[in-house]
Design a protein around this ligand. Structure first.
Ligand code: MG
Length: 369
């Protein structure tokens, strides 16, 4: 089997409402998504999506995905898409780094592998069934009262796990947010306070040693060094997200006791092949993981839910679904959706999601051998 054509679409995905992170430092109103279809000489085609959360959240740039695919395409045409590790080596030789560029290509190849083997991705990734995984809400930064109202609204939709965005320059405001939200949490619910790297180490240590809450705290500071420094001086379990890119980053975090868990996000890590490696490492060292994507439609969400469903319960926290923040649905009704606080992956062969041609419109680029 050989790759004969790579087709690329750009789609603007407007958010339902403006979204604030990091104590109001970062604002998001639309996402720039890239959809990719890989065609083969045997008539099978696979789909992938790459979608950064804007361009201020990570060193990832929506138009950069399309530019990177233009560079990679000539080396990928003619390769066997079922040889996932080989496909990744080809991409890494042609374009070192730039992991977010490669994710949609890798995912489309996994979709093809699943279809030709007759197996859903959750099974190819090692799972025993299409386990419904807990979905977590995402609570935009605001006053304590505003954030508690958002948590109550999420609870009414079935969410029992919440990611509350905190982290600003006002230490007292962050202490107030954390204490109020932790105290107001409905019985049996869990919350992670996601700082999105906004604190300096001294701020993180001061805030976390002031609050009584012992909930998870995510990405308190910018770098792995800073987060490791904080982790050694606070009682809250630490989850790492934005500073984790390569498998080597994860090895380093483990060696330094910098965290008790990580976020596994295919677009940040370079696709499912590399995300699976990191998931397996996390299982082997006893980490707990949120498995979700950086952003995108229900297609990107479904990729992550396949990986989450194939991860042991003890190592899996919850998964966020980006598509609930979007005003459009380019894969209408398909894939992993929130049903009373849980989402299950499809069990049809491959990814199990195909974009609506009308939603995609005309391709941005077509690469052929
Ligand atoms: Mg995060």
């Amino acid at each position: 089997m050989k790759i004969t054509r790579i087709t690329v679409w750009q789609l603007d995905l407007p958010l339902n409402a403006p979204y604030w992170l990091s104590g109001g430092r970062l604002k998001f109103e639309r996402l720039d998504s890239t959809f990719v279809r890989i065609d083969t000489d045997e008539g099978v085609c696979g789909w992938g999506e790459g979608c950064p959360w804007g361009h201020t959240y990570l060193p990832a740039h929506g138009p950069g995905i399309r530019a990177g695919i233009e560079t990679l395409a000539p080396a990928l045409i003619g390769q066997d898409p079922r040889s996932l590790d080989h496909i990744n080596r080809v991409m890494d030789i042609q374009l070192p780094g730039h992991l977010y560029v490669k994710s949609a290509i890798d995912i489309a190849c996994w979709d093809i592998l699943g279809q030709v083997s007759g197996l859903p991705l959750w099974q190819l990734l090692g799972g025993s069934d299409a386990t419904p995984v807990a979905v977590n809400s995402s609570i935009s930064t605001g006053t304590p009262d505003e954030m508690i109202i958002l948590i109550e609204q999420a609870a009414a939709k079935g969410y029992t796990v919440h990611s509350a965005k905190v982290g600003g320059t006002d230490i007292a405001a962050d202490i107030a947010r954390i204490e109020a939200i932790s105290a107001a949490l409905p019985a049996g619910h869990r919350v992670t306070f996601d700082v999105n790297r906004a604190w300096q180490p001294a701020t993180a240590i001061e805030v976390l040693n002031s609050v009584g809450a012992r909930d998870w705290v995510e990405q308190p500071c910018e770098t792995l060094d800073q987060c490791a420094h904080v982790a050694a001086r606070v009682a809250n379990p630490i989850l790492l997200d934005e500073c984790m890119h390569s498998l080597q980053d994860h090895l380093e975090a483990w060696k330094r006791n910098a965290c008790e868990g990580v976020k596994v996000k295919p677009n940040r890590l370079g696709g499912l092949t590399k995300s699976r490696q990191i998931r397996d490492f996390g299982v082997s060292v006893g980490w707990q993981m949120h498995i979700e994507d950086v952003g995108g439609s229900a297609l990107a969400d479904t990729v992550a839910i396949h990986l989450a469903a194939s991860t042991p319960d003890a190592n899996r926290l919850a998964s966020w679904l980006c598509h609930y923040h979007l005003a459009t649905d380019p894969v209408p009704g398909q894939g992993a959706r929130n049903v009373s606080g849980f989402a299950a992956p499809p069990s049809s062969p491959g990814l199990g999601v195909t974009p609506d041609p009308a939603a995609l419109g005309a391709p941005t680029a077509i690469y052929e051998g």
